[in-house]
Design a protein around this ligand. Structure first.
Ligand code: NAD
Length: 357
């Protein structure tokens, strides 16, 4: 029998889930607040045409829990939250829709702070911001941090360098062959860092215009087809497109010693594929650590945005990645599990601070 909403909240540890609907604007929203031990929950608003409401709820629950871990491992004083809006982005997006949603966010009095995600942009945040101050990732002309992708890419680059240090004893990427899967926002900024350092970049995307755009920016990159990517030889695999690309089939084909990329939920099943990577000697940088540059960037906006501070804080992904390798080795666990344990320990330690004076 299918679990009720409360049963799902119990099993995943959620504090609160809010359902919102408005017939005038067509808004149907689920705001999931997973954990506020470290601070108010922060997470983007995803607008997606889900097959059914159950899928939307599962997405909100999983994504918000993921945000708790991402903020905890990144040293942020923020909790995990996420909102999903159900429907067709082309039909729904307008000023009234976003402002109605902004009113719902405001009704939570800061327990949930929203930001952009799939199908939402910093200009949508501007409308939300007309109804609530609990929004971040606003456009630069409003004093916001704007597009988070450059900082996400910078974090991936730093995590990749740490992985290189672990694999080859040096974090220099000059001459290393890196496959960037997905020439989207993050992928293209990542290529910029790699090309600048003298890495050899292979790139693939299912959309030809994206690889054309990337090639025009960085003529040195080599474009390969998006199918059978593991037939190619490279040192580092950087998944920057979609999740679950690290699975039994792909791991069996992989010849590269390092995986370091921006995509969320890279391991199809962390309990199976985490250990499988260890067995094969492949160094994996946990996704929720390496792709935290975007959330770190928007979190800095909450205190008044400062780009230098954002760069500096995102740069710490390098040391955190090395720490995780160290713990994984010491505890004889895969890196994803080591990162989760470190995040859980921080949550527990800070929760303990609340006991007593
Ligand atoms: P994007 O949509 O701009 O880029 C993704 C690219 O991947 C697109 O160009 C798409 O055509 C391509 N793609 C899709 N399927 C593919 C396939 N099978 N093979 C090759 N290419 C394929 O997204 P983005 O903002 O660059 O984000 C990339 C990934 O990083 C996503 O998984 C996202 O969830 C994650 N992420 C992004 C940020 C951010 O700041 N943008 C932050 C954290 C995580």
């Amino acid at each position: 029998m299918q679990q009720s909403v409360l049963e799902q909240m119990h099993s995943m540890g959620h504090e609160q889930v809010v359902f919102c609907q408005d017939p005038h604007t067509g808004l149907n929203a689920i705001i999931a607040i997973h954990n506020t031990t470290l601070g108010p929950s922060l997470g983007g608003t995803r607008l997606w045409n889900y097959d059914n409401h159950e899928h939307a709820l599962i997405d909100a629950l999983r994504l918000s829990r993921g945000m708790t871990y991402k903020s905890a491992i990144s040293g942020l004083n923020l909790g995990g939250g996420k909102a999903v809006l159900i429907g067709d982005a082309h039909k729904l997006k307008n000023e009234a829709f976003w402002r109605r949603y902004g009113k719902f966010v405001n009704s939570l009095n800061g327990k949930y702070i929203t930001a952009e995600d799939v199908n939402t942009s910093s200009s949508d945040m501007e409308y939300i911001g007309m109804e609530t101050k609990f929004v971040t990732g606003k456009p630069e002309y409003m004093g916001g941090s704007g597009d988070p992708s450059p900082l996400t890419a910078y974090g991936v680059y730093m995590g990749m360098k740490a992985a290189a240090k672990k694999a080859w004893g040096s974090d220099v990427l000059t001459g290393k062959k890196v496959l960037v899967q997905g020439a989207g926002n993050v992928g293209q900024y990542l290529m910029g860092h790699l090309v600048e350092e003298g890495a050899k970049v292979l790139v693939c995307d299912i959309h030809e215009n994206k690889v054309k755009q990337a090639k025009a920016k960085y003529p040195a990159i080599e474009v390969i087809p998006s199918t059978d990517i593991f037939d190619h030889e490279f040192d580092i695999y950087a998944p920057c497109a979609l999740g679950a690309t690290v699975n039994t089939d792909s791991i069996n084909k992989m010849k590269c010693p390092v995986i370091a990329g921006a995509a969320n939920n890279q391991l199809a099943d962390e309990n199976v594929h985490g250990p499988m990577l260890v067995e094969k000697g492949i160094i994996y940088v946990p996704d929720f650590l390496i792709n935290a540059g975007g959330i770190i960037n928007i979190s800095i906006e909450l205190d008044g945005y400062n780009h230098a501070r954002a760069i500096n804080t995102v740069g710490k992904i390098y040391d955190r990645t090395l720490d995780i390798f160290h713990v994984a080795e010491k505890d004889k666990v895969h890196t994803q599990l080591a990162a989760m344990r470190i995040a859980e320990k921080r949550l527990q330690d800070i929760a303990n601070l609340r006991v007593g004076i």
